[in-house]
Write a protein that binds this ligand. Structure first.
Ligand code: TLP
Length: 343
């Protein structure tokens, strides 16, 4: 029985499944800083295998995963290339500058995809005056662009330019499994044109906490040391890694339901005269309420009356579908909100 979770704010709000709680209670444990926690080791190996990389590293969060991966690739003073609305650039507290003394060079993408010619133009020439370009970061699915899955061709187009210049590629794949499901490919394919990937267990996959960084043995070894520096050596962490194993083995296929539910939600809201801002391809619907004369506060209050949590900035709201929201919940939400939205 799935516990209801009527909350559109994010897929980070997902609650662990009963099987995850049981796995946490029964997990074999050890000291992970010594490499002796069997549950953490199992999760890291499974993640690496699923993404087609040599090694994995369990970290506390997506933000930590991106930080340790970026630090593993770069040297102090490097410039790194990111999409202008990427989570690493916008939403990770300037960690690049604070932890890595890195400079950011941003490129405005088209639905989250940076054009190869723009990347090529942003890569620094070998000139004594310039910083070195240390890394290219990609995000898939791209959150702020609308939960957009970049295609394998798009990923390859960016990889090719980076490799021509001898630069590493890191994927912020917080929702890489949503991308794989939407593209109808194995997640390994989405990870193919990357050197490292960070993905989240605690979003649509519904684990209570954690992310995994995968990549070559060499890069993961460096990332592990950075994790320790940041205080992320977690000792008997198997207790939180075990639900992550359930996430990877039992929760991936159901992401397809979230995508269907998001499309249903978008269609229903459109019928009510609400503008849909993004092509709805995964579990996110971005709406603009100005067409019905509402702002995010009006929206939040109306949702609260129906027992839902949702919020927005100005007239823009992001709605996420996830574990704990079923088709019937979307249907009854649409019926309820239809009575409250101004005609
Ligand atoms: N995203 C959160 C907020 O921080 C915005 C959300 O509600 O979507 N990469 C991407 C693409 C993300 O969307 C997020 C979280 C992260 C990294 C960071 O993950 P956490 O929250 O585990 O540090």
């Amino acid at each position: 029985m799935v516990e209801k979770n009527l909350d559109f704010r994010s897929d980070t709000v997902t609650l662990p499944s009963p099987e995850m709680k049981e796995a946490a209670a029964k997990a074999p444990l050890g000291d992970d800083v010594y490499g002796e926690d069997p549950s953490v080791n199992k999760l890291e190996n499974l993640a690496a295998e699923m993404l087609g990389k040599e090694a994995g590293l369990f970290v506390t969060s997506g933000t930590m995963g991106n930080a340790v991966a970026v630090l593993a690739h770069t040297n102090r003073g490097d410039e790194i290339i990111l999409e202008a609305r990427s989570h690493i650039y916008v939403n990770e507290v300037g960690g690049l500058a604070v932890m890595g003394s890195l400079m950011a060079r941003t490129i405005q993408g088209e639905l989250g995809w940076m054009k190869p010619e723009d990347i090529r133009a942003a890569i620094r020439a070998d000139n004594i005056h310039f910083p070195s370009t240390g890394l290219l970061c990609i995000e898939n699915t791209h959150n702020s662009a609308g939960g957009i899955p970049l295609t394998i061709e798009q990923m390859k187009s960016n990889w090719d330019v980076a490799k021509e210049a001898g630069i590493g590629v890191h994927l912020d794949g917080a929702r890489v499994f949503n991308a794989a499901i939407a593209l109808g490919v194995e997640v390994k394919e989405v990870a193919r044109y990357t050197d490292t990937v960070q993905f989240c267990l605690s979003k649509g996959l519904a684990a209570p906490v954690g992310s995994v960084v995968v990549g070559s043995e060499e890069l993961v070894k460096k990332a592990r040391k950075h994790r320790k520096m940041l205080g992320g050596g977690m000792r008997q962490a198997g207790i939180i890694a075990a639900p992550g194993i359930v996430a990877l083995t039992k929760m991936v296929d159901r992401l397809a339901d979230d995508h269907v539910n998001a499309a249903l939600l978008a269609d229903g809201l459109k019928e009510l005269g609400i503008k849909i801002l993004n092509p709805v391809k995964t579990n996110m619907v971005y709406i603009d309420l100005s067409s019905v004369g509402w702002n995010g506060v009006d929206w939040g209050e109306a949702c609260a009356k129906l027992g839902w949590k949702s919020r927005g900035y100005g007239s823009r709201v992001r709605l996420c579908t996830h574990y704990g929201i079923e088709r019937e919940d979307i249907e009854s939400f649409l019926e309820g909100i239809g009575k409250l939205v101004p005609k």
